[in-house]
Design a protein around this ligand. Sequence first.
Ligand SMILES: [Zn+2]
Length: 573
Amino acid sequence: MRPHILQNGDGDCVNLQLLLPLGFLPQPFSCPSPATLMTQPTTVSDAIPIDVTSNIEIAVFSADNEAAIHLLEIIQCKSSPPTLKSDENSIGYQLSIPLSCDSPDARRFRWRIGAGASPALVEKGLCCCEPDILLCPPGRTPSSAAVRRFIKDIHATIHFHPESGVLLLKTHSSRPLIYEQGDVDNDDLILDMLGKVNTCVLRRQRNFLRFGQYRFALEFLVKDDDLSRVKAQLDENLGCRFNGSRPSQLLNFIPMQHPETSWNVWLHQKIPNTSITSGVNIHTGQPVAVKKLQITARSRQHTLHRLQLACQYKSRPDKGVLGIIDAWCEHKTSPPCLFSEAEASHRCRRLFYSMPLAEHHFLNMPWKKIDTNTRLLYFHQTLVGLAELHRQDVTHGNILPESLLLLPGTKPTPMTDRSLPRKAVISLSMQRLDKPNPSVCVAPEVWRNQKTVDGPKVDVWALAASWLFAFVRPPSGIKITKASYQTLQKTLDTQIEKGFMKESFAALLRQMLAWEPHDRPSTTELLADTTWESVLVHAQSIEDNKKRKRMEKMQRTPSQGRRVRLLSPDVND
Ligand SMILES: [Zn+2]
């Protein structure tokens, strides 16, 4: 399904001129040989010196139809860009990344695509930055004029997404750029700066892009031998927001042979011991987690309510509840038909939803590296989440350390900033639990009579028990009885004696883990406890400190934060 939107009268003239056989190209004999091309220094003012030994080629942006082939050949003859290489079968720009670099330079991980400064600007001496992937011959020529009808000075950029590390294409023009089969359901995706979508993830090994009549292929070239080195390099230098962990453990930077998608998510890896698959949003490159749900007649209403509730927290991470980004169903509809059509809802059996991707939860968190104040801050954030649910008259019903997730910081950050705050949230369980599995997180009264329990008080117990995992590792599969309750109390005593736990916090924990449910405070009462005061003051001071540093940095380097300045007004836009 390719939209036919680029056929115009001017395009036909261009075709005639550019589709001349190769022998008729202007000045074919003045071309330097490819060998000379490769060693010529770049004449571009802000280009990065290319050191062959320290770079690794990851992709090639090559011509894929006759119009594009002729275009690149003219450019090779007239401008000789150093990364434009050709042999008897193909011609294209090589995209490489440095194999090691001491100071991660954003420019080394992004490439600008475009026609470059217009002849008028060049004549006035006003051109400042040339595209890395130049798609227009220099000077005032018929072919240059023809190209500029479709391709702007800086038309698009390709860069690594700073969080997921996937390659993202972004348009800077309102002239359409088409990523063939790049949208949901493998439809063609039209990128348009002024339209709904202006970025997309290049998710195939070979990606076809059309700028007007010119068709190019961006092909990933990383060999198996190089893959681990490239992954390590991207882990190291992309400044991803996974706080120093390695996103390659969760995501695939380089596309595989047959990329699998589900709605708007390119699926990457099944996360072991969970029902979660990691992936990235095909438009934004944002890392997400996808979960599949089986809907039964009994669970339908419960699940529907929970999903709709979680959708409300999509852009409100400060509420402490994990929000759902998108939900869709097996009928390729989003929101799922279960949400809207009463008569169709019974046939909607398989549902999917996406959430922000978290590498850590309270069970697998490396707690030893986390200081006391930060731990307490995370506990507080999850308490805020539970209080929010209780305020909405919703009982969680199944809080475990695995339901308390640590999300990467929510603010976009420059590539070099590694000290990023994380945010703890509580994730709702979508399916109703008939019978809980024995665990320290199940309040003792549940085993006595599940039917008459006070849901919010059971939640308070479960939250406190889940926090315990930051200090100790309780045995799995135990039921809390009078005897095991004694052991639990003794464990708390030991933690205080050893100085691992603040006494005021331990007192709070004991209240939450009271044997009798009516002795446990409500979430509102818990939030009012003075234990949190010092924690919140400390968190605020860190936040203020960061803000101050950011401001200082911006004042020191006023030019760095600016966006790429476009070279000339886009007359056709
Ligand atoms: Zn459906």
